[in-house]
Structure formats: structure tokens, C-alpha cells
Design a protein around this ligand. Structure first.
Ligand SMILES: [Zn+2]
Ligand SMILES: [Zn+2]
Length: 421
């Protein structure tokens, strides 16, 4: 969400570059025709990471004293974990370096669970935490909002989650239930909504605390390292497409084939749309086709909007490449009543002429991620339809290297920290 563009100084003309994509990357990402996840295993190394110790600053236990079995179990669990430590990767000041620290394992309060993290994706928006570019951040902070793991302990007043259950935690870290939007049931638009890894510590750690309403159940067939990226990148594009109003057989174009776009193409195909991938250069075509695109349009070779009009215009264009100029030009590729959806923000404002919008009743709109239930739908659809993220896996101890791989745009296409290597 809200990833600004060009932090790595890439050219603004790089229309095809998604947040985790680079034009510098050599070679095809996979020779596997089944689009299975790419798992690049690296050996555990703490080299270059500062090891310090740190106090847990939040989520103190608030165990009630009601004499029931659940409470006794909860107390037993606390005793078990008392004095136990966990590894976490934190940022202790805006612009600070990665620090691998030992912390006390936190206890879940009322309405919370403790999650034993198995994998956590590195999202481009984690940069906001690292660089201190998000309002109200408090440090030290453990980022991470693409979490796959298991419920490890359950706080008071949590009825729907059990210890041992496989869960994901995503961008949406919880909501207040009492604001006007929550009362209407629109929890994603809660005015007091929380962001995992921003307002509380996230998944760059062996354990984390999550609010019960922020959990999504992971289907058995999905490994944690695939579930993680679905919790932000996946739900963002899946939820945008399924709420776009496009109907089966209509033209849906996905602009950019990167961290978001490589999932967007798969979802668009699996949802039954006539799927068009828009990228820069002929070399992206084989991958786009393998991901499920019916058509590939090389925007370097000509006017992408004109090519879309040859197909009758796109009912929906999902713009995932953070390039304001390229996104603006796509308006001319929309059909009547077509919609240009932008789920991730470029730094520059769009320059859009109103005439094509008025004449064709077209829309340019933003899209905001989704709730935990939306994420669970994303996980279930992905398992059902065989949608897979392409990932590079690093151990937590190599967080600095993993983050740089994401930030440089060289990753194909999501970088995931793993706690079990
Ligand atoms: Zn994210
Ligand atoms: Zn609310």
C-alpha cells in the first residue's frame, strides 16, 4: 500500500517497473511452466547485522483473574514463556540500520493472540518504517505485515482462534468497531484502523502479537512463505479486481509485471477476464503469458492505450507500476465506463485530462487493501485457482540483505523472511 516510486533512483520512464521489479534483472525468473514459487535458499548468517538487546515496549500482559480453565491455561503458558527470548529485526530510529535483537516473547492481551511467525514478506511499504516516513511511528519498531504463522497463545475474550491454528496477518492490523464506518460494517475504512508493523510490532520476528480481528485462516495447502505475500500484495490486487465491476470475458489490463502485477495477471486470468499484461520490452512477454495473460502489450513498441482500444478498450486497468506519466496515459485505453484502478501511489501526481473521462463516463480511482476477511478470501481463492507468488527466501538473520534485495528492485518478485532456516 501507498508505495511511492523511484526510491532507488530509477528513471521515471520505466513504466513497466513494479515495486519489486527491476529492468536490470537478468534472465527469465523461472523455467518452471507451473509457475511454482522460486525458493532461493540462503544459509543463515548474521554478518553485518548489529546484535543488541531490547526491552519489549508494548503488549504487556493484562490477564484477568477469572478462575476458569482458559485462564489457568493462559497462566501456564505465560510461565512457560517467562524469561524466554526471541529474535527480532528492528529499526530503532528513522533512517536507522537493521538491528537483530533479543526480546522477551510478548504475551497477548485481551482480544489479542500471539503468533509464532514462520515467514514474513518484505513489502516496499516497510520502507516507511525504516525511513520514518509515516506519521506517528514510535521506535524501536519491528516491521512486517505479510505474516504467515500459527496461533501460539490466545488472550482473553478471543473465542474464534485456537492455539496451533495456521494464520496470516496483513496490512490491516485491526479496527475500532465503534466509528461510523465500522458501524456500517466497512472496517477497512475505519477512521481508527491500525497498520501491522507500523502501529504495533510486526512479523520480522519469531513471535508477534496480533489483534483477533486482524487474523486470516491459512488453507492447509498454502505454505507460510506463500501465504505471507498474499496478506498485502495479494489481497491488494485480488480485492481491487474482484470489486472492480468487471465481468467475466471483459478486458482487464494489468500494468506492470512486478511484485503486485505478477499476482494481478494471475488473478485476472483466474477470475475469467480477458487478461492483458502491459509491460516494457519484448522480454517480459513469455513470463506474462506463463502467468496467464491472453495478450501482452509492449508499451515500448508503440501506444499501449491505442493497442487496448483495438481490443475494444479495457473495462479495468489495474496500474501497479509506480509511474505517474505512464499511468496517466492509460486513461485513453479505457472502454466506455472503464475504470483505471491505482492500488499503490506514485510520488508524482497524475496528469489526467477530464475530456476522456467525461465523454466516456470513465473513472480514475484508488484502491485500499482490505480487511483480514478479504485476505482470507485471497488465500482461499489462491489455493483454489493455483495462484502462486514468486518468492526469494532469506533467513531473518540476513534481513539487511533481504531488504536491500527488495529495495533495489532486483527481486523476482517478493522477498520473504523465513524463521525456520
Ligand atoms: Zn505491504
Ligand atoms: Zn472504526
Amino acid at each position: 500500500m501507498f508505495r511511492p516510486q523511484h526510491h532507488d533512483g530509477e528513471s521515471h520512464d520505466d513504466a513497466d517497473r513494479d515495486f519489486n521489479e527491476s529492468v536490470q534483472c537478468d534472465g527469465p525468473p523461472s523455467s518452471d511452466s507451473t509457475i511454482l514459487a522460486i525458493l532461493l535458499e540462503y544459509s543463515l548468517s548474521n554478518e553485518g547485522v548489529q546484535i543488541t538487546s531490547s526491552e519489549v515496549l508494548e503488549n504487556p500482559t493484562d490477564a484477568a483473574s477469572l478462575p476458569n480453565n482458559g485462564q489457568l491455561q493462559s497462566r501456564k503458558s505465560k510461565e512457560h514463556f517467562m524469561n524466554k527470548k526471541m529474535k527480532a529485526a528492528q529499526i530503532s530510529k528513522p533512517g536507522g540500520e537493521w538491528e537483530l535483537v533479543e526480546r522477551d516473547i510478548p504475551e497477548p492481551g485481551a482480544g489479542q493472540v500471539r503468533v509464532k511467525v514462520e515467514a514474513c514478506g518484505i513489502c516496499h511499504s516497510d520502507m516507511f518504517v525504516k525511513e520514518g516516513l509515516w506519521p506517528g511511528l514510535q521506535y524501536p519498531r519491528v516491521p512486517g505485515h505479510e505474516v504467515g504463522g500459527r496461533v501460539d497463545a490466545v488472550g482473553d475474550n478471543v473465542r474464534e482462534w485456537k492455539k496451533g491454528q495456521r494464520v496470516g496477518v496483513g496490512w490491516h492490523g485491526g479496527h475500532c468497531f465503534v466509528c461510523a464506518q465500522c458501524k456500517r460494517g466497512d472496517f477497512a475504512m475505519c477512521v481508527n484502523r491500525k497498520v501491522t508493523g507500523f502501529d504495533s510490532d510486526g512479523g520480522y520476528a519469531e513471535y508477534m502479537i496480533a489483534r483477533a480481528e486482524a487474523l486470516a485462516a491459512i488453507p492447509d495447502e498454502l505454505p507460510a512463505e506463500e501465504a505471507g505475500p498474499f496478506m498485502c500484495a495479494g489481497v491488494t490486487v485480488y480485492n481491487a479486481l474482484r470489486n472492480s465491476g468487471a465481468r467475466g470475458g471483459e478486458v482487464v489490463a494489468v500494468h506492470g509485471i512486478g511484485g503486485l502485477g505478477h499476482l494481478g495477471v494471475q488473478y485476472a486470468r483466474q477470475m475469467g477476464f480477458k487478461t492483458v499484461a502491459l509491460g516494457r520490452g519484448k522480454d517480459k512477454e513469455p513470463l506474462a503469458k506463463k502467468l496467464g495473460a491472453h495478450r501482452y502489450i509492449d508499451s515500448d513498441a508503440g501506444d499501449a492505450a491505442a493497442e487496448l482500444q483495438k481490443l475494444g478498450g479495457a473495462h479495468v486497468i489495474l496500474a501497479t507500476a509506480p509511474n505517474a506519466k505512464a499511468i496517466s496515459a492509460l486513461v485513453d485505453g479505457l472502454s466506455a465506463d472503464g475504470k483505471l484502478l491505482v492500488p499503490a501511489a506514485p510520488n508524482e501526481p497524475l496528469a489526467v485530462s477530464m475530456m476522456p473521462l467525461i465523454a466516456g463516463r470513465r473513472l480514475v480511482a484508488g484502491w485500499y487493501s482490505g480487511t483480514a476477511k478479504d485476505s482470507q478470501d485471497t488465500l482461499e481463492f489462491s489455493a483454489l485457482a493455483g495462484v502462486h507468488p514468486m518468492i526469494e527466501k532469506y533467513p531473518l538473520g540476513r534481513v539487511a540483505e533481504a531488504y536491500e534485495q527488495m529495495h533495489s528492485g532486483k527481486a523476482r518478485f517478493r522477498v520473504v523472511l523465513s524463521m525456520d532456516v
